[in-house]
Ligand binder design. Sequence first.
Ligand code: BDP
Length: 326
Amino acid sequence: MKHRMLWKCAVLAVAVCTAGGALAQKATFKAADVHPNGYPTVEAVKSLGTKLEAETKGRLKVRMYAGGVLGDEKSTLEQTQAGAIQFQRMSLGALGPVVPEVNVFNMPFVFRDVTHMRKVIDGPIGDEILKKITDSQARLVALAFMDSGSRSVYSNRAVRTPGDLRGLKIRMMGNPLFVETMNAMGGSGVSMGSGEVYSAMQTGLIDGAENNEPTYWTHNHYSVVRVYSRTEHLILPEILVFSKAAWNKLSPDDQQRIRRLAREAQFEARTLWDERVRKDTESLKAKGISFVDDVDKKAFIAATEPVREKYGRPYADLIRRIQDVN
Ligand code: BDP
């Protein structure tokens, strides 16, 4: 019922005007992101909007709802599926429960490093994954990937080996794969939405979380837990999706235009990302955060083997192809 109403609203928001017999849509698309203005993904989607508006002489616009004002990723994903939100930038991690194939990208240590991940998402495997999402039952059109660096554990304890995580409750994104990953790493994974992490750490409900440097900084998590241990266990791309309900109403020209601008946004976000990681790491150091670099990565890779074994089994071929990307 709720979904039907949301969908109706979205349809009403798109005015269809006839220009010389041809259907040309006039629309202001809603875009959702949990990160605030200034964050690379937000700025890249805003820039996509500026270009779209210029190219269509104001016929198509994007209005960014940053900072999670429309809800956390699980909730905005539902709104996007229903057609009430059109653009959604989210972590691929949060899409795993909806499109299980993407969990290949969500497995711990599946990429050797960020460079490897970039080569994979920029190439044919990346295109395949986008297509898989679009062809799935998820009611989404996957447009582009974005960068999200690598995720490391932060708490008030230095974490170098799986033993160091013993007894620590670490927040993970809402995907069973991640909770199992943290459990395998030696800690205790607790799944919750990103908006709750700060207060959960403050009240001691959890001992820490794991994320990239810009999120640790932007969401003020550093002010509660002060040790960032470079476990780099997850290298999760971000994904930009469009509501299929709204997509199907666009002309092929507009679809193609949006696809092209989304691809540009993928690379624009990357430039912003690299600069942001550098800047935020400096800011964190200036605030006295300790970075633990001598993490025993091999031990974490070995400890998480059962997770890759379990989630990767149906996709052995794809995993081999990912590993072959140099
Ligand atoms: C950030 C992602 C964001 C996720 C968040 C999380 O950019 O999409 O919501 O992590 O941990 O890195 O929930």
